[in-house]
Write a protein that binds this ligand. Sequence first.
Ligand code: MEV
Length: 427
Amino acid sequence: MSAKTSRIPGFYKLDINERVRKVAEFAGLSEEETKLLMNFGNLDPKTAEIMIENVIGAMSYPMAVAVNFLVNRKDYLVPMVIEETSVVAAASHAAKLTRESGGIYAKATDPVMIAQIQVVNVRDPFYKKMIILEHKKELMKIADEQDPILVKFGGGARDIEVRVLDSPKGPMLVVHLLVDVRDAMGANAINRMAEAVAPYIEDLTGGKVYLRIISNLADRRLVRAWTTVKKDVLGGEDVVDGIVYAWAFAAADPYRAATHNKGIMNGVVAVALATAQDHRAIEAGAHAYAARSGRYMPLSVWEKNENGDLVGSLEMPMAVGIVGGATKVHPIARIALKILGIKTANELAEVMGAVGLAQNLAALRALATEGISRGHMELHARNLAVMAGATGELVDKVAEKMIKEGDISFKRAQELVEQFLSEKTKH
Ligand code: MEV
């Protein structure tokens, strides 16, 4: 028998059935497993193949909606796709806490993305910086010519900036092309523009251009979100203090800040997945922005105001689109956008900023009070109860009993369900 090899020439040309057959052979998948793999659910195989290469199936994640969100005085049901329990419940709970004081407010800046053009072998980079800036208009015109539709919709090149970097390979000129991409995420448009202006920049500088690509540190496309939560709604001033201390911990310690921001990203990424955004771009931007001062910091701030109430704010890049890309192609992403009822990419960015802030609030409130495990434990217990056949009121009864006994297991859930049901039939 020949050794297994991952070298499969023309794999991409095979149809899905053939690909799956090869994978099944390679990995020893059973018939049942291959069948499950090829159950595309709500994603048509043809659409899957438009999205990526070498498709062998689709993987479903649960999609939920977070409730209670009031953002800029408008109610939203927020679709979220995530594998982690408690995130959706936590977001909904935190959103409810903010409602009494008007919900969450959020504002996105103009959707300006940055493309970088790297120029090397420039003997006099500071002088050439002036020359490039002198030709700003021409460069921006070339950029605009690449996307007349974007320009028609009010977008297009906005500015050119030039930096001289001191790199391990010596000085380097880096040109930033700033483009308002309107309702697009914008990567394709600005990459094309960067490629188009590159030869002109080479002419102007006599240097050699290598990279022409988007920067995911989208610090010209920010969302800001803020909210007030009354101390009584939170359970008193002590809880407010606990949350402010939690934030201060993150502000003083990158080990904590990473987890603090992870909590924010739980919400942001879940909405990004539901609406088929490039969530890696959003994550890269968030973490790079958090470290922009040279030290990794929390993306949000929590303070106590003059009334003793909690006030929170968040600022982060939010490169999202509602036209083009997977958002356009994936039918569930379209439905998610419809559930959100948003009209522009900026509105989506604002909702996502609000969700990030709410998610952070939920986590800090739990951490500063009963701890995070309780909520997780309750949900886990309820899930086990459902798996064991409990329905209606019985779900809570079984879950509560297991928590009380300190035995949260499927076996115990089964025993309790049986016990409760037989008691019920006796009465
Ligand atoms: C868990 O997914 C997220 C938290 O760890 C966030 C935090 O600690 O702030 C709860």
